[in-house]
Ligand binder design. Structure first.
Ligand code: FNR
Length: 185
C-alpha cells in the first residue's frame, strides 16, 4: 500500500559525497510506513531573478509543483559561514514566489542541520526558523536536531554506522511523520 503522506526532503548541499545528502537518505530510509520521503537535490534550480516571474523557467515550475503536491517539507542542511548555503536560499526564494502564493504555504516543516564539527549547523537551522514562518506552514519545534560529528557517521554505501545517530534520526522522522499527519487532516 502506498504511504498516505509524502514529504520532500530538500538537501542543502550539492556535493557528491555530501554528509547532508546521506543524512537525508537515512531519514528517508527510517521513515515509518505512513510517510514516503522524496530526497531532492538542488543542482537544477536556476538563479532566482524577479525579471523572469512573467515566464518562469521550467525548472522553477517543476520545483514549485513538487513542493505544492507534497504533504510536508523537510529541510536538511549543512551550515556555510554561520548560515544556510546559497543554493538552499535560492531554492527557497524560487518556491516562495509569486508573492502570496508560496508553494510552501501550509506545509508542515521539519528542519535538520548537520556538521562534521561540534555545533551541528545550529546557526543554519536558526536562520531557517527565522526566514520560513512567513512562507510555510507550521515548523515542528520539538524534537530539535542539530547533528554533530557527521564526518565519520556513514560507510561507503551510505549506511549510518553510529548507532546513537541512527536512533536520533529514527526518533526525529517518526515525530515528523506524526507532525505531517496532524497538519494534513
Ligand atoms: C563550511 N563548513 C562549516 N561548518 C560549520 O559547522 N559551520 C560553518 O559555518 C561552516 N562554514 C562553511 C563554509 C563553507 C563555504 C564551506 C564549504 C564549508 C564546513 C561544512 O560543515 C562541511 O564542508 C560539510 O561537509 C558541508 O556539508 P556537506 O557538503 O557534507 O553536506
Amino acid at each position: 500500500m502506498a504511504a498516505p503522506y509524502n514529504a520532500v526532503a530538500i538537501v542543502g548541499s550539492l556535493r557528491k559525497e555530501s554528509h547532508t545528502l546521506k543524512v537525508a537518505k537515512a531519514l528517508a530510509a527510517a521513515a515509518p510506513e505512513s510517510l514516503k520521503v522524496d530526497v531532492v537535490t538542488l543542482h537544477d534550480i536556476s538563479f532566482f531573478n524577479q525579471d523572469l516571474e512573467g515566464a518562469p523557467p521550467a525548472d522553477w515550475l517543476a520545483f514549485r509543483e513538487k513542493i505544492r503536491k507534497s504533504n510536508g517539507v523537510l529541510f536538511v542542511t549543512p551550515e556555510y559561514n554561520r548560515s544556510i548555503p546559497g543554493v538552499l536560499k535560492n531554492a527557497i526564494d524560487v518556491a516562495s514566489r509569486p508573492y502570496g502564493k508560496s508553494s510552501f504555504l501550509d506545509k508542515p516543516i521539519g528542519i535538520v542541520s548537520n556538521s562534521p564539527g561540534v555545533l551541528g549547523g545550529v546557526n543554519a537551522a536558526m536562520n531557517l526558523k527565522q526566514l520560513l514562518p512567513g512562507i510555510t506552514g507550521p515548523i515542528m519545534g520539538q524534537p530539535e536536531i542539530y547533528l554533530v560529528g557527521v564526518g565519520d557517521a556513514f560507510d561507503g554505501e551510505g549506511n549510518c554506522i553510529k548507532e546513537p545517530l541512527q536512533k536520533v534520526l529514527k526518533q526525529y522522522i517518526d515525530a515528523y511523520a506524526a507532525w505531517v499527519e496532524k497538519h494534513n487532516k
